[in-house]
Design a protein around this ligand. Structure first.
Ligand SMILES: [Zn+2]
Length: 51
C-alpha cells in the first residue's frame, strides 16, 4: 500500500501518456519505466507493437 499509487497522474491512469525515463540496471539491461507510475515501457511495446 503506497500513497504514491493514489497520486498516479490522470494521464497514466487513463493510459494516454506516461513520462518514460530510460535507465539501465546494474547488469546493463536497459529498461524504461514511467517516472510517474513506474509502469515498464517494454511491457507496453510488447503488448502493442509485437502483434
Ligand atoms: Zn505512467
Amino acid at each position: 500500500m503506497s500513497a504514491l499509487v493514489l497520486h498516479k497522474p490522470l494521464l497514466c491512469r487513463t493510459h494516454l501518456h506516461h513520462k518514460w525515463a530510460p535507465d539501465r540496471t546494474a547488469d546493463g539491461v536497459r529498461f524504461t519505466p514511467c517516472a510517474h507510475c513506474g509502469k515498464d515501457h517494454t511491457d507496453v511495446d510488447k503488448g502493442q507493437l509485437r502483434r
